[in-house]
Design a protein around this ligand. Sequence first.
Ligand code: G
Ligand code: G
Ligand code: MN
Ligand code: NA
Length: 255
Amino acid sequence: RELEADLRVALRGSEELFLVYQPKFDLGRADPVGCEALLRWRHPRRGMISPAVFVPITEEAGLAADLSRLVLRLACGQIRAWMAQGLEVPVAVNLSAQHFAGDQALVLVQEALVAAGVPARLLEVEVTEGVFIRNADAAREALAALRALGVRVALDDFGTGYSSLSYLQHLPFDVVKVDRAFVRDLRPGYGSGVRVVDAIVRLAHGLGAQVVAEGVELPEQLEALRRLGCDSVQGFLLGRPMPPEELEALFDAGR
Ligand code: G
Ligand code: G
Ligand code: MN
Ligand code: NA
């Protein structure tokens, strides 16, 4: 396919693929506490193409590891650049579930950290429930190995997959990210939306994980999340995915 061929070229090194960074804020102190790196592709003829479109293409074409290698290199390079400016900004990257069938995720992450000279504690890895579909035991081991390195591990899009509870009891996560579908229902008159998020927060806290809510677009949602004891928040209300210089300004202002 045409996009696949273009992706192969872009992955070989170009500025077509780049990261934008969406800030995350602590709900108690309202400080920026980190960010999520999100990949963007500026195609030379078609303009911006969403990762929702091209990430699945890389996965089917056997290019997932190349893509993740690039994302990790860019993210760790940015962490390093911020460190050189005296800023410690934790960065979360999204990794394909494919890497968790064996030790590939560990190898990719370790290589990127070493190459950039970045401490593991500044990197967070986000995975979806999809990591557990094929081989749950292998995934659990891979996640444990990352955490043993000092990398934080987050469960992304929580509650949208299936069999959500059976694997949570084994505690392979530092962070649970409440999917924006649940945050959307935190509106007056939607009592059931509040009860679902309340249950997720209690469950995650009971298992020792922090809770990040994503997709916060309205002040009412922020207020509801505060009342429910959510730890941190991310969403268009607080900050869109942005270039690194803009994120820097947020962290600079806070020091
Ligand atoms: O940023 P945006 O909302 O367009 O992202 C759409 C989807 O693409 C989301 O599911 C997001 O997790 C995923 N995505 C964004 N960046 C990356 C990345 O670097 N690697 C992978 N595997 N997925 C990504
Ligand atoms: O699947 P994942 O959670 O990694 O997806 C992240 C995607 O969510 C990014 O593409 C980002 O652009 C998008 N996103 C971030 N904040 C918001 C928000 O407040 N509302 C909506 N609709 N999307 C958001
Ligand atoms: Mn994510
Ligand atoms: Na999500």
